[in-house]
Write a protein that binds this ligand. Structure first.
Ligand SMILES: Nc1ncnc2c1ncn2[C@@H]1O[C@H](COP(=O)(O)OP(=O)(O)O)[C@@H](O)[C@H]1O
Ligand SMILES: [Mg+2]
Length: 249
């Protein structure tokens, strides 16, 4: 059965999509079968994999709207299979607010759980119905945070929100960890913040931090995996380390 991991933070630009792509790439290269579910109407994960889906293309929105066999909506890539998203995702949002809409994604993807080792959910930058759907479907949540003072302030509130969603929809959900993204060890601020986070979070702070590395940005622009774009970069090194940490439990 697949391990299902949501990458969640209500802030934009904190490294959710980069972490989803890095993990998908690392896990795939370790021979794991990976499904990446793009739940952001901006479709950044899809676009970074070269999947720019036009208005008439099939996306996660169509699966949510029409149901049916989820395999029909997937695209195979070198980084695993992808359930892509585009701007059309917004259209379905009001419908998911009704009835059991938050549990719909989990139900629709359940038939795929035996076909993958990992299912990764890249969440949008808000706690909307898609983030709730991902947290209802996942076993584990990783919270990428950009190292900075406001990140710490927002984190406590976010962890409380996740706890609320856990109680309402998915008691099995575990916080796998907080992931420091865009980490820069050279700044004093980073060291101080790291200490605060370590004291606060203990085991819930992932050992791997993702350092600031411009190659991660360039790889996304080139629509390539960091592992192929710049195999010797800090980004590749850090996402190998994160892959190992996740594989080890
Ligand atoms: N470790 C990093 N070093 C440098 N740039 C990064 C790093 N992680 C992410 N970025 C860049 O920051 C921007 C936001 O990251 P992204 O993963 O899209 O965040 P989110 O999905 O949370 O909105 C992107 O342009 C991305 O390439
Ligand atoms: Mg994103």
């Amino acid at each position: 059965m697949a391990r299902k991991i949501a990458l969640t933070n209500q802030k934009g630009g904190v490294g959710k999509t980069t972490a989803a792509l890095g993990l998908a790439g690392g896990l795939t290269r370790r021979g794991k079968r990976v499904l990446l579910v793009d739940l952001d109407a901006q479709g950044n994960a899809s676009a970074s994999l070269g999947l720019i889906i036009g208005a008439d293309g099939r996306t996660v929105k169509d699966l949510l709207a029409e149901g049916g066999n989820p395999s029909d909506y997937l695209v195979a890539t070198g980084e695993g299979d992808v359930l892509p998203a585009n701007n059309a995702l917004k259209d379905i949002e009001p419908f998911l607010h009704r009835d059991d809409g938050v549990r719909r994604l989990k139900k629709l993807l359940a038939p795929l759980e035996r076909s993958y080792d990992f299912m990764l959910y890249d969440c949008p930058p808000s706690i909307n119905v898609f983030t709730r759907s991902a947290l209802a479907a996942a076993d584990e949540v990783i919270v990428p945070v950009e190292v900075g003072f406001f990140a710490i302030l927002g984190l406590k509130q976010l962890l409380e929100e996740i706890e609320g969603i856990r109680k309402e929809y998915n008691r099995a959900l575990k916080l796998r960890g907080v992931l420091l993204s865009k980490f820069d060890r050279r700044t004093v601020l980073s060291d101080q913040i790291l200490q605060v986070l370590r004291d606060d979070l203990g085991e819930r702070l992932l050992r791997t931090a993702i350092r600031v590395n411009v190659d991660l940005v360039k790889a996304q622009i080139a629509q390539k995996s960091i592992f192929d774009y710049s195999p010797r970069s800090a980004g590749t090194e850090d996402f190998w380390a994160l892959t190992e940490e996740i594989l080890n439990g």
